[in-house]
Design a protein around this ligand. Sequence first.
Ligand code: PLP
Length: 437
Amino acid sequence: MRSNDLAPYWMPFTANRQFKKAPRMLVSAEGMYYRADDDRQILDGTSGLWCVNLGHSRPEIVRAVQEQVATLDYAPSFQMGHPLAFEAALRLRSLLPDPLGHVFFTNSGSESVDTALKIALAYHRARGESMRTRLIGRERGYHGVGFGGISVGGISGNRKQFAAMLPGVDHLPHTHNTKENAFSRGQPDWGAHLADELERIVALHDPSTIAAVIVEPMAGSTGVLLPPKGYLERLREICTRHGILLIFDEVITGFGRLGGHAFAAQKFNVIPDMITMAKGLTNGTIPMGAVAASDAIFDAFMTGDESAIELFHGYTYSGHPVACAAAIASLDLYQTDNLFARAEKLAPVFETAAHELRTANHVIDVRNMGLVAGIELAPREGQPGARAYETFVRCFENGTLIRVTGDIIALSPPLIITEQQIDELFAAVRLALRSVT
Ligand code: PLP
């Protein structure tokens, strides 16, 4: 494409002018690999954007989508139903921990987050506690880009351009501390006490004003921050004690990323009142998200006049038939490939390979769990983020897709990765770091 042809597309979360001078274009994908427009094979170290957990272009999903679009291309989602939406919810329910028995469909992680926040507010109101309007997020949290999501989110770069935020939002401190926890494997030992900050916030505002706490059980987009041992348990205990809903944003951690289980809630054995998800739900093939809510939340709405709409919320494409077909095919594959167990089995190999980067240039921390690793670099003086960005470009030139955020490299390959490909992935990062100053 000529450079003028690139102008109309306003790219998301991208330095548009820099990109269009030297575009990186992907044109096809299969299994563990992308193909670039110059016909180079690119090892996918990031599952696209944390979503292609099953690997690319799985024939079963392709077929399900093709057949569905030719059978029922679209069906209205308000006051009408189609069987696949009910089936997708039923299938998803079988992966969810009790008592998360109900599923509301959205089209993205951002919509899932805003939906969950709205359900939290409406839930308290339905129970006669309409004073509970405050929402608590966490510093460095990423909850998508809707106004709800950026308000409870804690990445300042995503907030500062937009003055308008939801009122009545407060934030927990983040849990990152390289002095205490550098090079930790799995959950770090230090930091459970940071959950007690919630007690301080609750005391400040009074529990009767607080609707919900939302956190990523493992903060992904900010650069892979694992929850300290005991931290999530304490959040759960404080929320329960004060009648505050706990929401886990599992848009990244859902569908086996941390190994052994579908969701981080199960991995950490801490069950929230709602889980938000997207990405791996359809393996990234068709946009789709969902909110799983507890039976108690759902039941609070199912009272009064049966002819009244219980929740004034929904999207034209909630439970879109083609997205549902992709979700059902993906959930089938997670099961038939036994992929959550596979991720757990590969995790020690991945961990060892990740921590071998300890000796690579610029590396000041490595942290990991399941098939995700964060590799933090010392920033170049006066140029934060430059070192990681250059590493990303070098890797791409050498045939590997990694992801960087600030000066942190985040690796999260499809769960079908082989041991040899794990070695290749980390070798590519080491090689790139060797040539970055
Ligand atoms: N929540 C979390 C935890 C995420 O990681 C993301 C995206 O990375 C989102 C929400 C937003 O999802 P989407 O980009 O699909 O709106």
